[in-house]
Design a binder for this molecule. Sequence first.
Ligand code: HEM
Length: 347
Amino acid sequence: MKHPRISTLHDVKSALRNTQEFSSDLQGDRDVRDYRQLPLEIDPPQHHTYRTLLSELFVKPRIQSLQPQFDEIAAHILAEFEQSNGGNFVEDVATPYVVTCLGVIFNRPQDVSEWLAWGPDVWTADGPTRDGTRLHTYLAAAYQEALHTSNDDAWSYLAKYQIAQRTITFEEFKGMSSVMLAGGRDTVIKLISGATWHLLQSPEDVQALQSGEVDIRNAIQEFLRYFSPLPSMFRVGTDQQHLSDSERNPDQFIEIAFAEANHDPTAFEHPERIDIRRGKINHVAFGFGPHTCIGNHIAEIETLTILQQLLAKLSSWTLRTPANLTMMQTQHSQFPASIHVLDIATR
Ligand code: HEM
């Protein structure tokens, strides 16, 4: 059965502002977890408490101060990629880059190899069947370590945080750390891989970005709009808000279609085209309203850093085989929903 859905840019923004009629107070992934992801799955005013707690880790000046480290990570990974004459960019460059940067952001470099072993989706880390054991074993150990040591890392910060004179619970810890680990992987990997896929086929855009004729930050906003790495999220309507999680019918949850809104022809001329010269791009790739992505600076600064290095290289790189793309079809547009393989020769 199809979910009720909201899909024009105007209506998506109105719904995201209206948290009473379109509530985030729902628990997703019920097959693999039994807690709410925070601050994602909770409404204001409680939402504000968790959002404030996390904002210290995610504020722009902090992420900007880490950019030289992102730059070194990108240089190292790209040098290795070129030494072996390329390979699958998604697996060999975008994934290790994004996950290693998360190690810096959360100050947990020792965990990067574990996070990489989870593959693209943590719920299928140990096989094709969805299972939360691998993530929850990791989080239980991380929580215990955080409580009993004085490490200067994201897990210690969360585990010891006081809300109204009580320390946060393991449930709350899991709620925040799981979304911090899950939210910032696939989305940024898709953005960087998508931008690279486009630029490989568009030497004129590479030229415009290299010469400074088009600001690379604007181009990143257009890549965000076009690829919409998180295509949609759900809300609970007023008909089901009074019910408990187990009584609710998830088929009736309302789908807020960020990707479709970003391809709304009444808001964007020729939405099916990547046009890095668009003026102000009023997209909802990061959502809108109180739940607007808290990782937006991470996504933008990580992407900016690696693209700046890639621009100088792309003119000598070629696609060895056509990219393996699954397309997403909206009413007015079509664009890659996922990019698994970007097989590149670097010489
Ligand atoms: C291109 C990359 C990204 C995209 C497209 C994206 C997209 C989104 C969207 C659309 C939302 C709003 C969800 C809703 O309204 O229900 C969101 C929320 C969130 N994102 Fe991202 N995200 C990205 C990167 C990241 C990163 C790097 C992190 C952290 C490492 C992150 C962590 C979060 C968290 C914690 C929330 C919940 C915020 C709240 O509820 O207040 N995201 N993201």
